[in-house]
Design a protein around this ligand. Structure first.
Ligand SMILES: C[S@@+](CC[C@H](N)C(=O)[O-])C[C@H]1O[C@@H](n2cnc3c(N)ncnc32)[C@H](O)[C@@H]1O
Length: 218
């Protein structure tokens, strides 16, 4: 999937994936991970997600990565903070308080960039990618997170023939296949959300579930 696809979505404000509140499964299951305050949490394909603000409010440091400059600048503008900006080989780093957002390609982040991330939160990131990129994403990007890293992965499941992605449906078998080599995977909760997603219903989707997994790097 070409970066222009996402940059165009942002420039046309076609960001139906953006939520105006933190992800309910994050608020419910994050405390169970037992990660101490101050831990650095990696948020891949971050958009301008309020999940980053929620994590910061719980006392964590956040490292997000996002392709779109528009998304990154909107995140800080909309929350009244003025970030410092610097450039590195990974992209442009915007930092305000405990939140650092790198405007750049997630696949360009190396192990050094992610070394301090003992936590990871993935919502609408894995499932934003088509199958071949999902494999690269887990086997290259997640592979750069340190041993012991813990996190939450939130996926969607719907009958694949009923709608074209993104978001793509990613079932439990695929999650276990992608992560099982390097991560322990525990399904925490499966929730029916069709009634709260009229856009999916309009597109002809007849069943829609969101699933939360606990991940821990071996
Ligand atoms: C479906 S959105 C989800 C955003 C966010 N996680 C949320 O929950 O609102 C996927 C985001 O990933 C960004 N993106 C896609 N490919 C990327 C890449 N290779 N590196 C960094 N960001 C990327 C897109 O610009 C888009 O904002």
């Amino acid at each position: 999937m070409h970066p222009d696809f996402w940059l165009q979505r942002w420039s046309e404000n076609r960001i139906g994936f953006h939520q105006d509140a933190p992800t309910p499964l994050l608020m419910e299951h994050w405390p169970g991970l037992g990660l101490p305050g101050g831990t650095r949490i990696f948020v891949p394909l971050a958009g301008k997600s309020l999940d980053m603000l929620w994590l910061a409010a719980q006392g964590y440091r956040v490292l997000g990565v996002e392709l779109s400059r528009q998304a990154v600048e909107a995140f800080f503008d909309e929350h009244g903070s003025t970030p410092e900006r610097r450039e590195s080989r990974h992209g442009f780093h915007y930092t305000a308080g405990p939140i650092e957002l790198i405007q750049g390609d997630a696949f360009d982040l190396d192990a050094e960039a992610l070394a301090g991330c003992e936590g990871v939160f993935d919502r609408a990131a894995l499932i934003a990618l088509p199958p071949d990129l999902r494999r690269r994403y887990v086997h290259e990007l997640y592979a750069r997170l340190p041993s012991g890293c813990r996190g939450l992965l939130v996926t969607l499941e719907y009958p694949p023939h009923e709608k074209a992605g993104p978001p793509f449906p990613v079932g439990e078998d695929e999650v276990r296949d992608l992560y099982g080599r390097d991560w322990t995977v525990e399904l925490l909760e499966r929730r029916d959300i069709l009634d709260s997603q009229p856009g999916f219903v309009t597109e002809g989707v007849t069943s829609l579930e969101t699933v939360a997994y606990r991940l821990q790097r071996r």
